[in-house]
Design a protein around this ligand. Structure first.
Ligand SMILES: [Zn+2]
Length: 254
């Protein structure tokens, strides 16, 4: 398995990071992709990347909830890191109108700028959307037939949005929410097909059942794999194989 979206560089893991990595490897997680948030998380992310060079890959980007008045300085810092180090993706980027709506214009501009970088650098994007599908599609439409490739991480849309996202060539990132009771994610993932799905945790957030409410860890992804196998009536091995191959292809990792 590849955990395509994780924040295990964050301080929630300072006490036991080494154990978390070891236990993930023990259950079959071969790689984790670290997704950046803003300038305040870069040092932690890069330190973890250096400590676990074979286990971690990293994405650099400015998260929409970190977009405020000093977004130009933030963007400059992110751009510098992108050119200074080896990053496999731009992320996480996108729009979030759940927490904050006052910087919507700035969020759109920052999102668009980073999508442009993805095209220039030929990198995939990791997109975060919360209560903003229409607005995200509006920004993507600006790119016409030349949208970057990427994933809508922790997909939270409906059937129609899923159809549109996959029509544009994007993957859906699926994590702990798939195991929750009141979700229509099972029918959504069935409607797009297993070849458009990636596994992820978003650790420390969104732990799957039976760990819901606890700190999430890459090793818990086994529960998401199990549930996905049930939904498609495949073996876990087959689901692992297909989703891992998709992750390798999208992010260009061996
Ligand atoms: Zn995230």
């Amino acid at each position: 398995m590849i955990d395509t979206h994780s924040h295990i560089f964050s301080e929630e893991f300072d006490e036991d990071r080494q154990r978390v990595v070891k236990e993930a490897v023990d259950v079959g997680v071969r790689n984790v992709i670290l997704a950046n948030v803003d300038s305040s998380t870069i040092d932690r992310l890069e330190t973890m990347q250096e400590q676990y060079p074979d286990f971690c890959f990293s994405a650099m980007g400015l998260h929409p909830t970190s977009v405020n008045n000093d977004y130009t300085t933030e963007l400059e810092t992110i751009k510098n890191r992108l050119t200074a180090k080896k990053y496999i993706a731009i992320g996480e980027i996108g729009l979030d109108l759940y927490w904050e709506t006052s910087f919507i214009d700035e969020q759109k501009e920052v999102f668009k700028t980073q999508l442009q970088w993805a095209l220039e650098l030929n990198l995939p994007v990791i997109i975060h959307v919360r209560k903003a599908f229409a607005e995200v599609f509006e920004v993507l439409r600006y790119f016409g037939n030349h949208t970057p490739r990427g994933v809508f991480h922790c997909f939270s849309g409906g059937i129609q949005e899923a159809a549109y996202v996959t029509k544009l060539g994007f993957y859906l990132g699926i994590g702990g929410v798939l195991t929750y009771k009141n979700t229509n994610l099972p029918e959504i993932i069935k409607s797009v097909g297993i070849s458009r799905l990636l596994l992820e945790t978003d650790a420390p957030y969104l732990a799957p059942v039976p760990y819901r409410g606890k700190r999430n860890e890459p090793k818990f992804m086994v529960e998401v794999l199990k549930k996905m196998a049930q939904v498609f009536d495949h073996t876990e091995e087959r689901v692992d194989e297909i989703t891992t191959l998709s992750a390798k292809e999208l992010f260009g990792i061996g």
